[in-house]
Design a protein. Structure first.
Lengths: 530, 184
């Protein structure tokens, strides 16, 4: 089995997998699921108050019930989730451009130029720029993922032994704790809480540790309750609180009459292309780092684009902030190019970099048969490595989603302006019941609901205190892996208490951990976005 | 006079105390093995080490908040309004899930067949009663609370959401149980 054989098997796994009957035709189910996920993702992204991770969380139990717990389920489920992830990124620009309301947090910068374009009667053109830039950034990012992830995984497997892998996990957690949320202290607290939750009811002793002698805690916290509780319920609770305190206002959303040419001409493409290129590079580089989100990528892409535009623009073109199409392009290319690159640490190291990646790992853990990490990319020649086939199936699914984005994504996206009219105070209670139901059908016990509500309250409190919930979730997922690797490394080095410094690579990774924390503790300059 | 915000100081202090409590009380009294274990002269990592490291993260984070972020400009805090809201929401959820848990068994006891609810938990319409009652109460209650008035529209939306969830989670699948039917 060579590399090309594996790639081909991955493509075949997508197109020759299980079939679904639609309109009398037997269609391969994975591409159909990618399409379904992509369209749902655009709708969700275009709805302020909803987000891609919410749709992924709610869909997961339905998908698993539909496809079952077997390896055949992996690609249809991954395909759907990847579709949602990509669709939501594109959809977030719709309300940002049309109504000055970002559909997703990373689309905030899109409002700065997208909405002024709408006010000038250039709404459709702004949406076309947003879609073209988003699809370009996304495609570029996927290419980088496909090239880099296998190489990184092979390098990790070849050069990192157990102590180095433990040091790498510690570095990842320290990095995530330090860069998310802007306060190292708060990041470390969230990471510590995530690790603590992961260790309840687990361990190697006969007595399940930290279970307080109770049966409920002895089984530990199900991963679904912790992830959905902190990420989704916490957000819903905060949204409900905001609605409750702010009181309802009857906001009217009115469009502006169209003026001038709404198409993207060759000249327009020539103008925006350098901004797309720069932002795609920035977004991809940021996306490859675990924990650094698309909002930072959008901000950086916009800031770099603005500096460049100020030097090169002519007097008859609007400046950034006044409705420059280059501003929309810079933001959308940057935030969209994060999504593919964010899967680099997931697939090559098993470290989730963002909320969407968390749900891919959750799906893999629920279904079984695929453990994201360096072992996936073992190019075994004598027998087929099924995980590697799945990995290339995932890459194929990403390209199908990209093809859908380029072909029907723009048209579908431009018809989604209506989603902003769904009142948030109806949406959030419905999402709350939907999420709790989704948790119950997976765990089938009321104690899981109470755990989820408890984690939801924790997520709410964290948000109110300015603590990002993402380090908590990532630490919860990586907690058992970290402990297991450390135990093995300790045993393999003959009980050496300094096993984290037993080699040059491990010492370098630990030194890097220290540098990351110390560097993040330095006082930061406040960003200025005028 | 300008008052320095104290949210980070208090949060840091709470985390530090919590971390000390975890490492000093919870972990030693609620784990079977220590930080390191020696079995037949072979040293291995015990069950207490990982949670102690988690406590260290929490405590160190708290310490950093108290020292380096103490005078930060942006110090979000939990207000009494926030606490009131979250207590009220959890109270509503307790009521909702109590209604969900007991509506089905109560209906069967009052007007149902001879069998206990446990036997009927996968039989329509009994299996939907608790979910429908609790679900409508949750959705309608929250909409009414935010709108500051009860309306027929809110009830109909609650009913619509519940019916949609039954259609999505229950009708197509034989192996899925809606709440609370896995516990009764």
């Amino acid at each position: 089995m060579g590399v090309l054989d594996y790639i081909w098997l991955g493509v075949l796994a997508v197109f020759q997998g299980p079939e679904i009957g639609l309109l009398g035709l037997a269609l391969p189910v994975t591409p159909v699921m990618i399409l379904g996920g992509f369209l749902l993702g655009i709708m969700v992204g275009a709805t302020p108050g909803l987000a891609g991770p919410m749709a992924m969380a709610i869909s997961l139990p339905i998908l698993i019930s539909t496809f079952g717990f077997n390896p055949d389920a992996l690609l249809p489920v991954f395909g759907f989730l990847i579709g949602v992830m990509k669709g939501a990124t594109v959809g977030g620009a719709v309300p940002a451009v049309l109504f000055n309301t970002p559909g997703t947090p990373d689309a905030f910068m899109t409002t700065l130029d997208g909405y002024p374009m709408t006010q000038r009667g250039q709404a459709k053109k702004a949406l076309r720029v947003a879609h073209f830039s988003s699809a370009s950034g996304d495609t570029f990012s996927d290419l980088v993922l496909i090239i880099c992830a296998p190489f990184l995984a092979v390098l990790v497997e070849a050069y990192l032994d157990l102590p180095e892998k433990t040091a790498l996990l510690i570095l990842s957690l320290a990095f995530i704790a330090s860069v998310i949320g802007g306060s190292v202290g708060k990041g470390l607290i969230a990471t510590g809480l995530g690790l603590l939750a992961a260790y309840v009811g687990t361990g190697e002793d006969f007595y399940p540790r930290l279970s307080l002698g109770t049966e409920a805690l002895a089984q530990g916290f199900p991963i679904t309750t912790a992830v959905l509780g902190v990420l989704i319920l916490g957000e819903v609770f905060k949204g409900l609180d905001d609605l409750w305190t702010e009181r309802l206002t009857n906001q009217r959303y009115e469009g502006a009459a169209a003026h001038g040419d709404q198409t993207l001409s060759r000249g327009d493409l020539k103008r925006i292309f350098p901004f797309i290129g720069r932002s795609a590079l920035i977004g991809t580089a940021i996306g490859a780092l675990p924990g650094v989100g698309s909002t930072l990528a959008a901000t950086l892409g916009y800031t770099v684009g603005r500096a460049r535009h100020a030097k090169t623009r002519t007097d008859d073109t609007p400046a950034f902030g006044d409705g420059a199409m280059e501003g929309v392009a810079a933001t959308e290319a940057a935030n969209s190019s994060v999504s593919g690159a964010n899967l680099i640490p997931v697939l090559s190291l098993g470290i989730p970099g963002n909320a969407a990646a968390v749900f891919l790992i959750l799906a893999a853990e629920s279904i079984g048969g695929f453990n994201p990490g360096p072992s996936v990319f073992k190019f075994s020649t004598d027998s087929v490595n099924p995980e590697l086939v799945i990995a290339f199936g995932i890459f194929t699914a990403m390209f199908i989603a990209n093809a859908l984005n380029w072909t029907i994504g723009g048209v579908f996206m431009r018809s989604m302006g209506i989603m902003i009219r769904i009142p948030k105070h109806i949406l959030l209670p419905s999402v709350l019941l939907l999420t709790l139901t989704a948790i119950y059908v997976q765990e089938t016990r009321l104690s899981a609901i109470w755990f989820a509500i408890g984690f939801g309250v924790l997520g709410y409190v964290m948000r109110r205190l300015g603590i990002s919930p993402l380090p908590f979730v990532i630490a919860f997922i990586l907690g058992s892996n970290l402990e297991e690797t450390a135990r093995q490394a300790f045993a393999a080095t003959g009980g050496d208490p300094f096993f984290l410094f037993s080699s040059l690579t491990a010492s370098a990774l630990m030194l890097l951990t220290l540098i990351v924390i110390v560097f993040s503790l330095r006082p930061k300059k406040e960003p200025t976005l005028t | 006079m300008h008052r320095t915000p104290r949210a980070n100081l208090y949060l840091g202090l709470v985390c530090l105390v919590f971390a000390v409590a975890i490492a000093g009380l919870w972990v030693p009294f609620d784990t079977d093995s220590g930080l390191l274990e020696t079995v037949r002269r072979r040293v291995s990592i015990g069950d207490a080490l990982a949670p102690t490291i988690a406590a260290f993260f929490i405590g160190f984070g708290g310490l950093l908040l108290m020292v380096s972020d103490r005078n930060a400009n942006d110090q979000p805090a939990l207000s009494a309004v926030h606490l009131r809201f979250i207590v009220a929401l959890v109270a509503l959820l307790v009521v909702v899930f109590s209604v969900m848990r007991w509506t089905g068994p109560l209906a069967v006891a009052l007007v149902g067949p001879e069998e206990p609810y446990r036997i009927l938990r996968d039989t329509a319409p009994w299996k939907w009663l608790g979910f429908a009652a609790g679900g409508v109460l949750l959705v309608t209650g929250l909409i009414a609370a935010i709108e500051r008035r009860m309306s027929l529209r809110a009830v109909l939306i609650g009913l619509g959401v519940v019916l949609a969830l039954i259609a999505v989670f229950d009708l197509p699948f034989d192996d899925l149980l809606l709440p609370p039917n896995g516990d009764v």
